[in-house]
Design a protein around this ligand. Structure first.
Ligand code: F6P
Length: 324
């Protein structure tokens, strides 16, 4: 299957390293003599016909930049078949024969329907800081987000220690425990609260007091934001009102989504972008580039259309053991 013209877009929440993937796709496609069109603002931009031709120099000087030069969006319209049909018509009118989608499980669901309903060739590249896509050990942006959060928690630990304070540090993860668990283990957090976990305030207080009794000067509780960001304030309120315990809140928020990508994110995104183009050349679609057993490879897209919070749950026991 020889494609001569491919398209690419980013969809869902942005993540550091998306630009590295875009660069790798554009450079690999040109290396193999293909034309590339970027679609701005995800599936929503596709429906508005936001196309831009991507020559070699369009991706110069972006490997170190966070965010995505193509920008991104979440598009509820694309859930409807009539809009997907319109999207396919617009792609074909541009002469775009196949599409690479950088995003999360929701984005792959959208891409998969293009294949199922219209036989349109699609490839997915996992890009989300949440690292919560089934059948891949890694998603682009996770490493940078974790590094950013660790640096922030280390700084908070300095002041927490100076004032002998307890801090609730809220990290991203609406449905995913991955950032909370990795950051918690790497910062020696006293406790980690997972996104859908009901908070056992009594246990939290007991843990903090046990630490104080054996001479701890500060406590860091990592809180995964869960369905509604800001849940740390409610925990703070209960600690104060019911247990007369003071805790400060620090919500890291979108700071975790920005910034220059780490070497791991750059390296994996570069491999995935290249592999996505080669998969199309070899007629392998619908596929997603994934990391399994530490290696970048391809898997059928249907394996990656759901969330999976298993990648890091295995480390919950480690965190509990080390924070005794
Ligand atoms: O990118 C994933 C994620 O960061 C989640 O952890 C978070 O809950 C969500 O996106 C928030 O993103 P937005 O503000 O773009 O809706």
């Amino acid at each position: 299957m020889a494609f001569t013209h491919i398209g690419l877009l980013c969809s869902g929440g942005d993540s550091p390293g998306m630009n590295c993937a875009i660069r790798a796709i554009v450079r690999s496609a040109h290396f193999h003599g293909m034309e590339v069109t970027g679609i701005k603002r995800g599936f929503a931009g596709l429906l508005r016909g936001e196309f831009q031709s991507m020559g070699l120099s369009s991706v110069g000087n972006i490997i170190q930049r966070g965010g995505t030069i193509l920008q991104t969006s979440r598009s509820p319209e694309f859930m409807k078949p009539e809009y997907r049909k319109k999207g396919i018509e617009l792609l074909k009118a541009q002469g775009i024969e196949a599409l690479i989608v950088i995003g999360g499980d929701g984005s792959f669901n959208g891409a998969m329907t293009l294949w199922k309903e219209h036989n349109y060739p699609v490839i997915g590249i996992p890009g989300t800081i949440d690292n919560d896509i089934s059948n891949t050990e890694y998603t682009i942006g996770f490493d940078t987000a974790v590094e950013t959060a660790i640096e922030a928690v280390d700084r908070i630990r300095d002041t927490a220690h100076s004032h002998a304070r307890t801090f609730l540090v809220e990290v991203m993860g609406r449905n995913s425990s991955a950032i909370a668990l990795k950051v918690g283990v790497c910062t020696g957090a006293e406790n980690i609260l997972l996104p859908h976990e009901e908070v056992n305030h009594q246990k939290l207080v007991d843990d903090i007091q046990r630490g104080i009794a054996r001479g701890k000067e500060s406590s860091i509780i990592i809180v995964a934001e869960g369905p509604v960001a800001g849940r740390s304030y409610e925990i703070q309120r209960v600690l104060k009102e019911k247990y007369h315990m003071d805790a400060h809140v620090a919500i890291l928020g979108h700071i975790q989504r920005g910034g220059s990508p780490s070497s791991d994110d750059r390296f994996i995104a570069s491999q995935m972008g290249n592999m996505a183009v080669e998969a199309l050349m070899e007629g392998k679609f619908p596929m997603v580039t994934v990391v399994q057993n530490g290696k970048v490879l391809l898997t059928d897209m249907k394996n990656c259309t759901t969330k999976e919070d298993h990648n890091f749950i295995q480390y919950q026991k480690l965190a509990q053991t080390l924070s005794i």
